[in-house]
Design a protein around this ligand. Structure first.
Ligand code: NAD
Length: 448
């Protein structure tokens, strides 16, 4: 498959797509590597993960530049993404020695639990954040003693392939972490159907996630799903409006809107709606859209021509209020766009591009009702100076990751995941480790 630079449309390189037999060979190798990795002393596994993290750190600029070319991410973002892989590896490197079971009081013996690794874990990764999403599955899976096969998205395989090289250079044994570039319906689907893959972590669209879930049901396969979103950024009249408006573009146009946490609906209390739009306009117009390798760029291109067409289709029945700038081309550019009269699709579907709908609301109850009027439930923001309201609304909004007076969503040491059709299970934080183990209870009789 040709790998394209979305900022220039140049072909960067060709990557062969694996056939089903090659996926099977990788899974077989991962299975062979599993017992030795599982039985590696916890301290040694921790040391290898730290060395892997250090190898990523040593290669950080190269990884970032590779992502700029392959995905069109701005260099600032791409550095953060490579750094996130390093950090998540360091974080879970602390886990092998702390994977504690319980000792439960019983009569006539001893009862203990073990967190057993599952075996081979299959990671299916989307194109929007190839590095962090690889790291979020990889680090806890390896720390818990599993081996990993990873399928990157067809459009963005390059950084995942580099991560596999770095793992080997760091001394991670052969077969413990392999990258298998290939088509979703071939390699991804094989992870779902192969009986030796004991868990799938799927990050991608809700539509494909449902198919993966149905496929995993056949074998009662363990599954984590990180799916789409339609998150709300709720701005109350008592908020710091200047700050809410100045930062709103980063909450939705980051990564050109190709972010599952994008706040693609800005809900604004009616009394300050017009004022908020006035403040939002310069923030959108001043966003620097251009060469993602340039340190000054704040937004790069979309991933492909096909995706750009899909994003544009959401404006067919919408009224555009503010439009930022974008280069003419070549490259799959799309200007940051604010809509005040959105069509039904724009209000309910994930656009996954730099398009945001601004919607007025009446009062707190109305804001919560609109925010929850979606099948998704991933992320969102609440802007208010009233701490009671901030807590009430945080509890009432059906989403896995909310921030108050902020647009941040991800910290590798806190849980991340979706409510409703945005996903199943949680990644990151201390609990994600247990999602890569099954609990075993052992009773040892002390009777003579
Ligand atoms: P996608 O669903 O098209 O593809 C995701 C991955 O699944 C790719 O690697 C693809 O090759 C593979 N795939 C496709 N068909 C498959 C099949 N039949 N069986 C198994 N695997 C298959 O998604 P995308 O367009 O690459 O990514 C964008 C989507 O990802 C958006 O909906 C976004 O919200 C979501 N996403 C979610 C999170 C999260 O953490 N919740 C994070 C990033 C992206």
């Amino acid at each position: 498959m040709q790998v394209i630079d979305p900022a220039t449309e140049d072909v960067i390189t060709d990557v062969p797509l694996a056939a089903e037999e090659e996926a099977d060979a990788a899974i077989a190798q991962a299975r062979r590597a599993f017992p030795a990795w599982r039985d590696t002393a916890p301290g040694d596994r921790a040391r290898l993960l730290r060395r892997f993290a250090e190898a990523v750190d040593g290669d950080l600029e190269n990884l970032a530049r590779l992502e700029v070319r392959n995905s069109g991410h701005t260099i600032g973002n791409a550095r953060w993404e490579a750094g996130n892989v390093r950090d998540v590896l360091h974080y879970y490197a602390g886990a092998p020695e702390r994977l504690l079971g319980q000792q439960i009081p019983v009569a006539g013996g001893l009862d203990v639990t073990f967190h057993e690794p599952l075996g081979v874990v299959g990671l299916i990764v989307p194109w929007n954040f190839p590095m962090p999403i690889a790291g979020w599955g990889l680090a806890p899976a390896l720390a818990a003693g599993n081996t990993v096969v990873l399928k990157p998205a067809e459009l963005t395989p390059l950084t995942a392939l580099r991560l596999a090289e770095l793992a080997r250079e760091a001394g991670i044994p052969e077969g413990v972490f392999q990258v298998v570039p290939g088509a979703g319906p071939v390699v991804g689907q094989r992870f779902v159907t192969h009986p030796d893959v004991r868990k799938v972590v799927f990050t991608g669209s809700t539509a494909v996630g449902k198919q993966v879930m149905a496929g995993c049901a056949e074998q009662v396969k363990r599954l984590t799903l990180e799916l789409g979103g339609k998150s709300a950024n709720i701005v109350f009249a008592d908020a710091d409006l200047e700050k809410a408006a100045a930062t709103a573009p980063y909450g939705v146009f980051g990564n050109a809107g190709q972010d599952c946490c994008a706040r693609s609906r800005i809900l604004v209390e009616r009394s300050v709606h017009d004022r908020f739009l006035e403040l939002l306009e310069p923030a959108v117009r001043n966003l620097v859209v251009g060469d993602p390798g340039d340190e000054k760029s704040e937004m790069g291109p979309l991933i492909s021509a096909e995706h750009r067409e899909k994003v544009a289709s959401y404006l067919d029945d919408a009224e555009v209020a503010i439009r930022g700038s974008a280069p003419d081309g070549p490259g799959f550019w799309f200007p940051p766009t604010v809509v005040t009269k959105p069509g039904e699709r724009l209000l309910t579907e994930e656009v996954f591009g730099p398009v945001v709908a601004v919607v007025p609301f009446r009062d707190e109850a109305d804001a919560v009702r609109i925010a929850n009027d979606t099948t998704f439930g991933l992320s969102g923001s609440i802007w208010t100076r009233d701490v009671g309201r901030a807590l009430r609304v945080s509890r009432a909004v059906e989403a896995g990751n909310l921030s108050v007076n902020s647009h941040s969503s991800v910290r590798y040491w806190t849980p991340f995941g979706g409510f409703k059709q945005s996903g199943l299970g949680r990644e990151l934080g201390p609990d994600a480790l247990h999602a890569f183990t099954d609990v075993k209870n052992v009773f040892i009789s002390t009777e003579e």
